[in-house]
Design a protein around this ligand. Structure first.
Ligand code: SAH
Length: 385
């Protein structure tokens, strides 16, 4: 009871900012304690989000600097042999108009990245394993490398590739052809949850083996998860962060799971405003904690976050993220790469995206690192050690 007001005393959260418990839990989280990670993710005190963001920002500035790195994101094909139960471009979704960009379109997008000062390009597509596709990707990589060399980029654009699970031999070919980073999200580190969101033919063990093969081929390795899957607990998310740390990955891209109406998981799903706010909060805490625990990696503020909240990407940049991926896919194809409903920026062309994203990053007060590949320091340290 508060003596001055006669009202019951305000309940103190065990994790109020400034209280020793918060600092202790942060230290335990850094040591990969699952209980501490889960407690920080689920603490009901809303101030915990800001507190984690501040700690993540401090870690980011000390470990990777304050500059924001850009990668132009080119979604060059939506043809896919996989059938992920959450994804709008899954093989079984017959409502999608399938496309694969021509070599000329890919090179034009790459040149746009150079002109915009992005320094790096991310090539993403659905998954195909046939020889024609693999050869096509290898030729694209070689052409982008030779055709984007210039005074600003003597070694051409940095290239991140993201075309799903491939054989160790194919990963080696992609690396030799000029890609030097590879993104393959584990989607969730829980084998049980993974099995619930994929058909039986897509096995967790294969995804994990592919991630190791990516690393063995010499790539800088990126992975990540979706946040807010049905049945996913804070313990699963705590394990996701532990997974990133144990695997020693160099880059993280993670975002909220958003329903797509033409998928088994998304049909009939609708998120209320409250649910969206909670999902945003949880995603921001995941990003901040991942920075606090992994320290010197690159962490992306993703398009899915931007779709969930108009300022989602900016909030991520203010709480641990240091990479932004402006979409450079030609506007005519964008609606064909709808992984989830309501995807941000589908009606905008690459020039509009360049202006918009530059303004948004300027708003956060962070400098931009132009004309650089912007590799994570973690990779250089991993190679030395
Ligand atoms: N074929 C590549 C690229 C997949 S698309 C691969 O297999 O890696 C890139 C990412 O989009 C996926 O890894 C997944 O995490 C995310 N994604 C797909 N559907 C989504 C949805 N409904 N909501 C949020 N993210 C989704």
């Amino acid at each position: 009871m508060d003596a001055s007001t006669g009202l019951p005393g305000r309940p103190e959260s065990s994790l109020s900012p400034g209280r020793p418990e918060f600092t202790e839990r942060m230290e335990a989280a850094r040591a990969l304690d699952a209980g501490a990670l889960a407690a920080l993710l689920s603490d009901p005190d809303p101030r915990t989000t800001a507190r984690l963001a501040a700690a993540a920002d401090e870690t980011m500035r000390a470990e990777v600097g304050d500059a924001v790195r850009f990668r132009g994101l080119l979604e060059f094909s939506n043809v896919c042999r996989a059938d992920c139960l959450y994804c709008g471009i899954r093989r079984s979704n017959g409502t999608v108009h399938r496309y694969t960009l021509s070599r000329d379109d890919v090179l034009a997008a790459a040149r746009h990245c150079v002109e915009a000062g992005y320094g790096s390009l991310t090539l993403q597509a659905g998954e195909r394993r046939d020889a024609a596709f693999i050869d096509y990707v290898c030729r694209l990589l070689e052409s982008i490398k030779t055709e984007t060399r210039g005074p600003a980029l003597p070694d051409g654009l940095g290239i991140t590739l993201s075309v799903g699970e491939q054989s160790p031999e194919v990963y080696r070919r992609f690396f030799e052809a000029g890609a030097h980073r590879y993104l393959l999200r584990i989607e969730t580190s829980s084998p049980e949850l993974y099995a619930r969101i994929h058909p039986p033919a897509q096995r967790y063990a294969d995804r994990r083996a592919a991630l190791h093969a990516v690393r063995d081929a010499g790539f800088q390795v990126g992975t990540g998860v979706m946040i807010g899957l049905a049945g996913q607990t804070v313990w699963d998310l705590a394990d996701d962060i532990r997974f990133f740390a144990i695997e020693g990955v160099d880059m993280i891209g993670m975002g909220p799971y958003l329903p797509h109406a033409s998928t088994p998981m998304g049909s009939g799903q609708h998120m209320s405003d409250d649910e969206r706010a909670q999902l945003l909060d949880r995603t921001l805490r995941m990003i901040a904690l991942t920075r606090i625990v992994l320290r010197d990696v690159n962490i992306a503020a993703t398009t899915a976050l931007q779709t969930l909240d108009a300022f989602g990407r900016e909030r991520a940049l203010q709480g641990g993220a240091n990479v932004v991926m402006p979409v450079v896919t030609p506007v005519a194809m964008r609606s064909g790469y709808q992984l989830y409903d309501g995807k941000a920026c589908v009606d905008e062309d690459p020039t509009m995206c360049a202006g918009c994203i530059t303004g948004r990053v300027a708003w956060t007060g962070r400098p931009v690192e132009a004309n650089r590949w912007g590799d994570a320091p973690h990779f250089a340290r991993r190679k030395q050690g």
